[in-house]
Write a protein that binds this ligand. Sequence first.
Ligand SMILES: [Zn+2]
Length: 322
Amino acid sequence: MKPIYASVDLGGTNIKAVLADEDGSVRVSRDVPTHSHEGPERVLDRIAELVNELNTEGKCRAAAVGMAVPGLADLARGVTKFLPNLPTQWRDVPVRQLLEPKLGCPIYLLNDVRMATLGELCYGHGRSADTMAFFAVGTGIGGGIVVDGKLRLGPLGAAGELGHQTILPNGPRCGCGSRGCMETLASGPAMVAEAVRLLQCGMAPELYRLVDGDASRVTTKEMAEAAEAGDKNVEEAIVRAGEYLGIGISNVVVTLHPDLVVIGGGVAQIGPLLIDSVRRTLRERVHMIPPESVAVKTSELGTLAGALGGIALAAQGGLVER
Ligand SMILES: [Zn+2]
């Protein structure tokens, strides 16, 4: 029988766990609330319970666990260093030491977007790629870099923070402390903020109709629908976000000459309007490298990329020496 591996994604709101074999076929999966205010130890207890329940449900025993964390971790020691969006920020929490005795198998940590990059590399479009850049466009913009078939980690596992490259020198303030990062211009909240402004100025009648004038109901999904229905200003806002993304992607393309750029995360679901704008920007700005040598695709795995990355990490026995 093939060994089964577990993948755990620790998010600010939910913990998602999946059991799958090395081929990526999912056997069981479940989400539970994180309740992060209860502190790291209680959250880790809940993760152990969750994986053990899935072991029982799947009538198997995970041979190893790959765990995604939303921030920085010491990968060799399995200790979280800085998870900015969780209470206490999880500084120096010895996750491996606390969880391994409860799970009876090795556990490997990785940043959540690098995990999704690994998933796309091993099970998605990346299977045929040599050098790849992955952009996860959602509430923020995360990233990951694969060079010559290998995920680039850097000493802190922080290499590939592609959303925090400066696009506009005096642009909006970013959560990272800088200004004008790609994330402040092309993330979901950045796009929605512009759409809400248009709505409130009477410049987006189709969007107004779609959400009954309720600004709190605007998401990038409604924006895509409004653009489709004829709101030229909303369409322009999406195209402009694609240009900002395209500028950042052009910077990465001339730095690495990847054969593949993958755009994942919820915002990628907007579809051709956004992706065509990215491709057009690349053609306008990249002249040192033939643009047709760089494929730009939306993620093949969508929301499963992170979960399958955890399975790959567990099956490979981690990416760094313990
Ligand atoms: Zn930033």
